[in-house]
Design a protein around this ligand. Sequence first.
Ligand code: CDP
Length: 230
Amino acid sequence: MKNITIAIDGFSSTGKSTIAKELATKLKYVYVDSGAMYRAVTLYAMQQNLISEDKIFIKDLIKVLKDIKLAFKFNVILGFAEIYLNGVNVETEIRNMKVSRLVSKVAEIPEVRKKLVEQQQEMGMNKGVVMDGRDIGTVVFPDAELKIFMTASAEKRAKRRFDEFMERGEQVTFAETLKNVEYRDHIDTTRKDSPLIKAEDAIEIDNSALTRKEQFEKVYKLAIEIIESV
Ligand code: CDP
């Protein structure tokens, strides 16, 4: 069977990574979390004091982009690849609220996008990849054989993200989580470079009322139909 490229885009906390990981495992494909890359660049900017709640030193950040090396290494216990920033595993740290509050500002910078998109395209060169993000079906892999666009209500998404924060013991409120989800939706959909939009040929799935199993079955069926037809 021929390998295909699967692009999963959508708003924050729609469960894109859950479905992408499940699909990649089942199809024995590589899973790439493109959001983790934007988060890791944001973490680097924080470590270098180039970004805070009220300031971002864009020119300086662009200058040090060459010093940022991102890599994914498969963790056999977890069953997916974790992200490394200059050799350090930052998989957990990049998910915190502080990074979540700043990441969309960093993701607006065209130079950052160019660097990360190039690396993403390289990772998907041989197909057999499931990548999730905001611009995968529109910019990174416009020729992807299967494009999914995930949506769900902001409340539902914030509830899912809040539960994740609670599981990790992060001190945040539901209101703060909802605010962050809405704030990132706004920046991600209105930015100039590669805004979050549904690709014309993407299949939209609203998973507000779907269980994890139902959503997986739906997308897996679509993937198999395409794999069998190419
Ligand atoms: O997990 P969640 O969906 O909340 O976010 P994420 O996928 O980890 O992405 C974090 C942020 O990175 C998004 O809010 C976007 O600002 C940015 N991003 C992007 O611009 N393009 C992508 N392909 C992936 C993420």
